[in-house]
Design a protein around this ligand. Structure first.
Ligand code: NIG
Ligand code: FE
Length: 404
């Protein structure tokens, strides 16, 4: 493909994310060969035969964004619950009254595979227009074997389109379906869903919504251990609504990441640091739900935990597709530094998905997943609240979105 050989010249700052910081090359250039980063240099590079030169007009270039936690595939929306929350009801109250996840389950079960696919595709295009080049996509709105597999097939089809990498996660344990006994449902997840998911090779990760009022730490452990038996890497929704031992359990099962973490215990944070579990922070959700607690980023920093940032895009707790805005919330709402937030949506997010050997930095040999921005200084990506800084999104050296 001709676009896979590129030279990006006239860049004000190349953020390579190599090493511990932003790896900034001022007045730099990037050469892409066969869809991979070939070199990052100071000054402009001479285009060679067969290479397309892009003039970046003195703007910032950085790795394509990695969104390590989303619920992209679902039927219906939940604007009614949003209105109820504005009137004072809480997420937990609405969920316990049969709204929340279970209302999306009804609409998802009713949707055909193509309907789910078409709606998710529109949303994926919007994500890519905000610079996302890799996205994790969870199931979890089926809660029956057929619908869970249908959601994962949709994720696979979206990935096959080739304009955004899709990492599928099985989240059968997102909620207990209506009228089901919890232990019977866990048996279905472990004995029927997980084997079917594994047999079809249709997910890489296994996730659980670990909360005392959903799947408690012991139940979550059992499900994640069963997932491991089937070759699925554990990850967990942990300590969001209540402190539920989620951080401890993430460390115990060797999870790649733990998400939310609004109220992790100190012991849980220490265990995560020790086990190398990446904390996936979801500040957009915390803001959107007006949650009382915020992730303790200062403690995480002190403990030496690697922190990533995700949108958590879903119809209930965060209908936001934009990774740059998630990063803005990371700074403004959680107190991350600009450097932490930008590493959080690139290299550290890649690490949360165990893809850091392939994406997340602009280093020779890595996939040429690149965002060319329209801003002259990297700090604008956070500072210009609500601004879409993406001029061009490039995946494997191919232009997949361009600002119009
Ligand atoms: O990550 N917390 C559980 N899952 C989602 C919410 C899903 C929903 O409300 O539909 C989350 O916030
Ligand atoms: Fe989630």
């Amino acid at each position: 493909m001709p676009e896979a050989n590129l030279v990006l010249n006239n860049v004000s700052q190349v953020l390579t994310m190599a090493g511990d910081g932003l790896g900034i090359v001022e007045h730099g250039a990037v050469r892409v060969r066969d869809g991979r980063i070939h070199e990052v240099a100071k000054g402009n590079l001479e285009p060679r035969p067969g290479e397309t030169e892009i003039d970046c007009c003195g703007r910032v270039v950085l790795p394509g964004f990695v969104d390590p936690h989303t619920h992209l595939v679902f039927g219906g929306w939940r604007q009614n619950e949003f209105e109820m929350r504005l009137a004072g009801r809480t997420y937990k109250e609405i969920a316990e009254a049969g709204g929340g996840i279970l209302s999306t389950v009804i609409h998802t079960r009713l949707a055909t595979e193509d309907e789910l696919y078409n709606r998710a595709l529109e949303r994926l295009h919007e994500m890519v227009s905000w610079g996302t080049t890799t996205v994790e996509v969870k199931s979890g709105y089926g809660l029956d074997t057929g619908t869970e597999l249908r959601m994962l097939r949709v994720a696979r089809r979206l990935g096959e389109l080739g304009f955004c990498r899709v990492v599928p996660t099985f989240l059968g344990a997102h909620s207990v379906p209506k009228k089901w006994d919890k232990s019977v449902y866990i048996k279905l997840v472990v004995e029927e869903m997980l084997p079917a998911v594994a047999e079809q090779g249709i997910a890489l990760f296994c996730d659980v919504f670990c909360e005392n009022f959903v799947f408690n730490a012991a139940e979550s452990t059992a499900i994640l251990e069963a997932g491991k038996q089937h070759g699925l890497i554990p990850t967990v929704h942990a300590d969001e609504i209540e402190s539920s031992g989620g951080a401890e359990l993430a460390a115990k099962v060797g999870a790649a990441s733990a998400s939310h973490l609004l109220q992790p215990s100190d012991a849980g944070l220490a265990a995560m640091a020790q086990a190398g579990v990446v904390a996936v922070l979801l500040p957009g959700t915390c803001f959107f739900l007006r949650e009382a607690h915020r992730s303790p980023v200062a403690k995480m920093r002190e403990a030496g935990i690697v922190t990533a940032v995700a949108t958590d895009f879903n119809p209930g707790s965060c209908p936001m597709l934009a990774q740059p805005i998630a990063a803005q919330f990371g700074c403004i709402h959680y107190g991350m530094t600009i450097e932490e937030a930008l590493r959080g949506i690139t290299v550290n997010a890649a690490r949360a998905l165990r893809l850091d050997s392939r994406v997340g930095t602009l280093e020779p040999g890595k996939a040429a997943d690149i965002v060319i921005t329209d801003v002259p200084d990297y700090r604008h990506i956070i500072y210009r609240l609500g601004h879409n800084p993406v001029f061009m999104t490039i995946r494997d050296g191919r232009v997949v979105h361009r600002q119009v």
